[in-house]
Design a protein around this ligand. Structure first.
Ligand SMILES: C[S@@+](CC[C@H](N)C(=O)[O-])C[C@H]1O[C@@H](n2cnc3c(N)ncnc32)[C@H](O)[C@@H]1O
Length: 257
């Protein structure tokens, strides 16, 4: 992607994630499921927030032999709600996020957690992270909102760069919805008829002038694993539909250089 296009995509994406208030950031952006949307009651929202956080940490750490001396990195860390429990289990927890406001709020959210830090990034790179310096990279509720495949690929290359050999990567993203048989047959003839490739209704791609909302890219599990392998990340497990019907979790290991 050229620098000008990246700049426009970045500005549009930040506009969406730079929420108007901390309340909006936590309960209308980071946690935006129907349960959260159904109430304005702050005590109830806090309860849901704590509950969801508690439930998701073991899912993130599934297959991961996390060690006290590890450095862990979260892509799209928001206000740092997951960095906090992860920091309690490792030496250093680093988060990157595209949104300046999320990063500011994370500073406050992580007060009193000296081994956690958050960096503002350009939405596509891990420029502030040294090569082969990380033991574990994870991402939850962020890849599903990345609206360009080029950016997803840029991150996979960056993850492979910052992970040490044998380091772990666990990513949640959206899987392409299984296609009905009729659709699969129609897909076979689409290219012959000069039509565009079919994408599930969830798939949402940015282009200039399109306002960023909650949509993002989706991948068939097989195609996703191929992308990981192409970057030197060897998939060791995939779970479909864990946490949400559309979710896909993949754990991979950095191949030796
Ligand atoms: C739904 S929130 C999830 C936050 C956190 N992972 C959690 O589960 O609490 C998505 C976060 O990803 C960030 N984000 C979206 N696109 C990003 C990108 N391309 N690079 C880095 N961060 C991104 C947003 O600013 C937001 O803070």
């Amino acid at each position: 992607m050229d620098a000008a296009t990246h700049g426009k995509w970045l500005a549009d994406t930040r506009r969406f994630w730079d929420a108007g208030s901390e309340f909006e950031a936590k309960y209308r952006r980071i946690c935006a499921s129907t349960e959260f949307a159904a109430t304005d009651d702050e005590a109830e929202l806090r309860r849901l927030w704590e509950q969801e956080t508690k439930e998701i940490v073991p899912v993130i750490l599934k297959d991961i032999p996390i060690q006290r001396e590890w450095t862990c990195l979260e892509i799209g860390c928001g206000v740092g709600r997951l960095l906090k429990p992860i920091a309690g289990r490792c030496k250093r927890a680093v988060g990157v996020d595209i949104s300046e406001r999320m990063v500011d709020w994370a500073g406050r959210y992580l007060e009193g957690v000296p081994n956690a830090e958050v960096q503002l990034n350009d939405g596509a790179s891990l420029a502030g992270v040294a090569g082969a310096s990380v033991d574990f990279v994870y991402s939850h509720l962020a890849f599903q909102h990345i609206t360009l495949v080029e950016v997803v690929d840029a991150y996979l290359r960056e993850i492979a760069r910052v992970l040490r050999d044998g380091g772990y990567c666990r990513i949640q993203n959206w899987r392409e919805a299984p296609r009905p048989v009729g659709q699969a047959l129609r897909d076979l003839v689409r290219p012959v008829l000069g039509r565009e490739k079919y994408r599930s209704p969830r798939y949402w791609e940015w282009s200039e002038g399109r306002e960023v909302k909650f949509g993002g890219t989706t991948f068939h599990a097989r195609a996703w694993k191929k992308r990981l392998r192409g970057c030197g990340l060897r998939p060791i497990s995939t779970e479909l539909g864990v946490g949400h019907d559309s979710w896909m979790w993949t754990t991979s290991v950095r191949e030796a250089r």
